[in-house]
Ligand binder design. Sequence first.
Ligand code: FEO
Length: 397
Amino acid sequence: MPSLEILPGIYAVGVVDWNMRSFHGHTYTTKRGTSYNSYLIVDDKIALIDTVYGPFTEELIQNIQKIIPLEKISYVIANHVETDHSGALPALMKLCPNAQVLGTAKCREGLYKNYYCDWNFKEVKTGDSVSLGKKTLSFIEAPMIHWPDSMFTYCPQESLLMPNDAFGQHLASSFIFTDEVDPCVLWDEAAKYYANILWPLGAIISKKIAEIQKLGIPIKVIAPSHGLIWRKNPMEIVAKYLSWANNEVKPKAVIVYETMWGSTEKMARKIAQGIIDSGIEVKLFDINNADRTEVIKEMLDSRFFIFGSSTHDNGMLPSMAGFLEFMRGLAPKNRFACAFGSFGWAGGAVKDIEKIINASGIPLSLLGLGIKYRPDENELAACLEFGKNIVKADKVN
Ligand code: FEO
């Protein structure tokens, strides 16, 4: 994100991380990079909203220094403790030692446990505000969006919401506003971000959006801390978040499987055909050749999940086990799931998968389909029928 005056007296001073490919450890592939957005508000007093990931500290400092000397900063607003937004704080605070850090009580605790710092910290709560002169900043606690410490900052004079992680995208760009980039890429990244980071928090998100709507505050610009800024129809992303949070799905099936010698794959393809023949969109992934982040994104708007694995050592294969463990944490609602797989002498994978489906709270659409060794013509016909029955079962339910 290039340094730019995005609104009168408000500057984007964050950095673009063009090379980030594995975010959150290795839980999220960021094939288009990301950005760590930070906003500088220059008024009678000066406030900095969030910082950046530690390795980019120097670039943040230079971006700020192009606009004002660092020692003029009065307030550093820490919307969120996570290191991608607070990593530059220790170095920055050495250069503006008189600045006060503002954040939630959980933020104070989290920053201390991350940096063992002794900054002048002021706890703020929903409804608190600070005056910069002509502009004001007010705060809205947003616990679990996406950590307990999270907070949104709002500037009423510009109708600007700075919601940190919410409404972001992992998208490196030389542009600054969402309306300047390819909308297909933008929405693909916004969905991927929600699916992989925020999906389990849907109930909290819809409640928070309702709370903000009740406050009746106008929102003309949403400036998240990752990706591009929503200035053209910003409520479009809010509506999209509500739809995802409410688990709105479409007639679509995602099939994810792992195969040893190809039999489970043959089953997967026939099951897919049965679903397609029933008029439903299908996405099919061999988990060992797929990007898990992309698979989870495809699941976000899908009604049907179908998981398969060959049996190995009386259980499912390890890549599928890892994938399903991640899926279980998403706690998906309003879906149906089922299992399939081939086995040699003793099954086990189908039951393993069904256990995880049950633990995730997803209703089984059908009892699992297991086939011994390689499926023959009759068994492949049974797979085709299994696919059709997945769709029929939904109509019955
Ligand atoms: Fe972008 Fe929860 O950090």
